[in-house]
Design a protein around this ligand. Sequence first.
Ligand code: F6P
Length: 373
Amino acid sequence: MSKYIGILTAGGDSPGLNAAIRGVGKAAGGFYGMQVIGFRDGFRGFMENRTMELDSNTLSGILTLGGTILGTSRDKPHRMPVGGKLLDMTDVMVENFHKHNLDVLVCLGGGGTQKNALRLAQKGLPIITLPKTIDNDVAMTDITFGFDTALTVATEAIDRLHSTAHSHHRIIVVEIMGNRVGWLALGAGIAGGADVILIPEIPYDVEVVAEAIRRRSHGGKRFSIVAVAEGAMSKEDAAAIHAAEKKLASAKSKAGAQKAEAELEQLTAQHTGNTLRLASQLEKLTHLESRLTILGHLQRGGTPSAADRLLATRLGTACADLIHKGHYGVMVAARGDGTEPVPLEQVAGKLKRVPLDHPWVIAARQVGTCLGD
Ligand code: F6P
């Protein structure tokens, strides 16, 4: 009997999402003869039962498109804004699943989506996920789709910033996406030859960064490129946030927890604009003019790289194979040239940070890049 599949894309968009939708859809529909529908705008559209036909027509011509034809949102099933309130809408989603006689729901997303997918799986829904995000921070997979494209965009940006930094004898601080991990800043920083790379995993000392820039300046190189991950922080900020997190974890009363949460929120809010502050601190400390470039959503838009199209197609078709076998409750992870189903419990709530002894960290240090520590 033919199987019925629902697909949704959730969280921040990422190059390669359409290639993945096409991979699942073509293999499931064309190869295995299953029926496929899409839900619009992530878990929000699933809850509101807004669907889109995914047949050979709609799946054609989307391989090279950026974004997601289904649309996306950051809505969470268990805390969804509805009528001015945050409501748990998981039961409505379970109803919609059955309304469409689905056999499985495929969720394409990053860390948040893996958690949300597990919540639905715990309500009894058969779920399969695929790992996407430009941040590359999903646990238990070698890589996520979207990362390679964003890495290329950020590297090209650093290449371009080099000539203007050099001409004006300036420091150019370039902020690269990655609010919790530094894969993108580290990778693009190394590939683009940044002089300083700052990532969340290695809290920095601004004086160490300034000294590295001054040393270059004294050696005749009167410009520097500083690649900074969005979530990079000074040693002082990291210590304050760590202490607030500890306070929150050990809070004994509701009031204590609320106070600790407010403190943590305030510290996190202060962190916004951190890169701008860093650029002006460096200007003062080095007496070199500095400029800030925030790459922002440029890194997420546009056509996916060949590597991302290939990865998304591999993961998407492997997902259809798992559906055919009735193997649910897993994320399709990239493992070398192949794929591997990993139970959602092993993925949800985990973060793949850059290990401090990762070969990229070692290589960066060996070519003389300052990591701020
Ligand atoms: O999770 C991917 C990501 O691009 C992060 O690097 C970034 O901090 C965040 O999304 C931005 O989210 P939004 O598009 O919702 O502002």
